[in-house]
Ligand binder design. Sequence first.
Ligand SMILES: Cc1cc2nc3c(=O)[nH]c(=O)nc-3n(C[C@H](O)[C@H](O)[C@H](O)COP(=O)(O)OP(=O)(O)OC[C@H]3O[C@@H](n4cnc5c(N)ncnc54)[C@H](O)[C@@H]3O)c2cc1C
Length: 346
Amino acid sequence: MHVVILGGGFCGATVAKLLDAVEGLETTLITKTSFFEYNPSAHKCLNDPSYQGYIRVPYNAFLKNTHILIDGVTSIHSDRVVTSSKEISFDFLVIATGVDYPIYLKNTKNVFKMTCSQDALKIHKSLKGASSVLIVGGGYIGTEISAEIACKMKDCQVTLVHSPKRLLERSSVIASRYAEYFLRKRHVQILFGEKVIDHKKDVFLTNTKRSIRSDVTIWCTGTRSNPFFIDDLKGDNLSKDQRIKVNDYFQLPGHPHIYAGGDITNIVEEKTARKAEIHARFIARNILCQYNKKRCRRYESRSSPLVISLGDLYGITQFNKMVFAGFGHGLFKEIIEWWTLQQFHK
Ligand SMILES: Cc1cc2nc3c(=O)[nH]c(=O)nc-3n(C[C@H](O)[C@H](O)[C@H](O)COP(=O)(O)OP(=O)(O)OC[C@H]3O[C@@H](n4cnc5c(N)ncnc54)[C@H](O)[C@@H]3O)c2cc1C
């Protein structure tokens, strides 16, 4: 039995690790880089590029039996995957290629996205000598980045533009208020209810015709799911927002041997690293159930804790409707990072 896994992020790397040593299974991981990266901590590389080495784990350090193919998937069919260099047949397929983080501006000079440590290193270079930074989007990523820069680059004026009326708008009001209080106390200018729509020569224009000058701009808003490679697979597989439709077992309807997990799925829940790992556990177990002709396990989305760091020491921890914020929660995120990376180092 051959299991092919597409994408080596939180979901794909976890499935590969869980199936790596299973007797009778041959596993192949196809992904674009040779290492797993803990991207929730990528913002730490903005000030400390050496942190990159700490959050990356080469796949061959924890996948001893899995074939690793560093390549991009170009199309999938019901029995095989096509990459830019090969065609590989499978008995089971797992699609875990995540989402893109596009910049919705025509002029992207000095505008950066922040999706991984490599992006952070590019921003790090540009931040040298910068006196103003504009962050577009005050969700989890934009809020963490604003705090990181405000805490560690005190001579830099940080402006955060967020179109909803509060930061972290999908979280509780207490979390939003704490994040806003924390950032304002560190002189971050926060503009609510506005969208950045245009950019000319380091001046950014919002929909209320406000102009903001910025040396470095970090785009932290909007994700796009773009599983173009699925087009050749027969069936109605995509939701309106281009996410892959899955049933309660993470299988594509009509294709019980093809699974999808992580951010790319149409499951209605907060898209997080923790969720992607939980999806992976279900997918690995259900593949083994199918292989051993047992009943698969049904997934029900439940809330899981989310930690947002604000600098190294402060942060916000949310679980269900409970919110804890203040000193120590940044360290809590570091413990989660250490624990997660330990799982991959084992
Ligand atoms: C900067 C940042 C900070 C974040 N902070 C947090 C946080 O604090 N807490 C939290 O829970 N979540 C956080 N998230 C979200 C979390 O990282 C995602 O929810 C999680 O990575 C989703 O896992 P995934 O496996 O679905 O996709 P990903 O982890 O994105 O992995 C996708 C993989 O697929 C590969 N790939 C893509 N296209 C192809 C292709 N065509 N062929 C082959 N391989 C391909 C990619 O190289 C990548 O390895 C953050 C995200 C970002 C970007």
